[in-house]
Design a protein around this ligand. Structure first.
Ligand code: C2E
Ligand code: CA
Ligand code: CA
Ligand code: CA
Length: 276
């Protein structure tokens, strides 16, 4: 129905215009953010559900723009994906994450989020090799996190790239499981080391949703028979941590065990685990 009730649109036009303008300005700033060194990574601990020892850190990108202040990744990552800027920015995240992990006093893994757009680049595996070489980080200490969305469009390319990453000795986690594209078929695509159960299920279950609880239960059982581990995301309270442990999730990530923190704090936490 094109242009039906067209008059109504006028009400929103200035607003739409303002949003498009904001996006344009954000994009201009994003184009220069890398060279202007406006990015840093924060690291969020992931703990073993039973021992509560830190087993890995997830690298989460942070952008402080002089023009826009702190911009949430939920806002600038989609923009970076649409503009292709996620390719050089993502390469920087990989290098920085590996560089940090190589300075840690213990053998914990570092997990890096990778977008579909990065996997579509024919030289993505070389980007990973370079990050590992520069940092001297053993490949087994790098985990790549992808969402099911990477298998949707050009899924065979993403799969081939991820197979190269596996061949290097890195591991792959399936992020945000249960949201968006969910099809159990994706679990057949690759030998994921970990399935990350989305925070919405943790929240749901802790608010008494029997459906969420049943889904977490089923994912844990399925992961275990596929010899994959499970990480529950977004665990914020001791009660949620207990529930998740009782459900048999392997690992836990969330504010209860630690927020995304500056890289120096992460290193200190590994050196002195009791400070958690
Ligand atoms: P994600 O990969 O699912 O990362 C987890 C998000 O949940 C992070 O948000 C983290 O700060 C937040 N979180 C962790 N624990 C809790 C909790 O207990 N409660 C709540 N409410 N939130 C929690 P963040 O850092 O804002 O990142 C948002 C998303 O942006 C990420 O979701 C990821 O999809 C994307 N992202 C972040 N860094 C990168 C990156 O370097 N590359 C790419 N491609 N995407 C990234
Ligand atoms: Ca992630
Ligand atoms: Ca996630
Ligand atoms: Ca996400």
């Amino acid at each position: 129905a094109k242009d039906e009730g067209g008059g109504e649109h006028c009400v929103f036009e200035p607003e739409l215009h303002a949003m498009a303008e904001e996006r344009r300005q954000l994009e201009t700033s994003l184009r220069h953010a890398l060279e202007r060194e406006e990015f840093k990574i924060n690291l969020q601990p992931v703990v073993d559900a039973n021992s509560e020892a830190v087993v890995s850190f997830e690298a989460l990108l942070r952008w402080h723009s002089p023009e826009h202040g702190f911009v949430s990744p939920a806002k600038f990552i989609p923009l970076a994906e649409d503009t292709g800027l996620v390719v050089p920015i993502g390469a920087w995240v990989l290098e920085e994450a590996c560089r940090q992990a190589a300075t840690w006093p213990v053998d914990a893994k570092v997990a890096v989020n990778v977008s579909a757009e990065q996997l579509m680049e024919s030289d993505f595996a070389e980007t990973v090799v370079r990050a590992l070489d520069l940092s001297k980080l053993p490949p087994r200490r790098l985990e790549v996190e992808v969402t099911e969305s990477v298998f949707v469009r050009d899924g065979h390319i993403a799969k081939a790239t991820l197979e190269e990453i596996l061949a290097l000795g890195c591991s792959i986690a399936l992020d945000d499981f249960g949201t968006g594209y969910s099809s159990l078929g994706y679990l057949r695509e690759l030998p994921f080391s970990t399935i990350k159960v989305d925070r919405s299920f943790v929240q749901g279950a802790s608010q008494g949703s029997r459906e969420s609880l049943a889904i977490i239960n089923a994912v844990v059982a399925m992961a275990s028979s596929l010899e994959m581990s499970t990480t529950a995301e977004g665990v914020e309270t001791p009660a949620e941590a207990k529930m998740i442990r009782d459900l048999g999730c392997t690992k836990i990530q969330g504010y209860y065990y630690g927020r995304p923190m500056p890289v120096d704090e992460a290193r200190a936490l590994l050196a002195n685990p009791r400070s958690l």
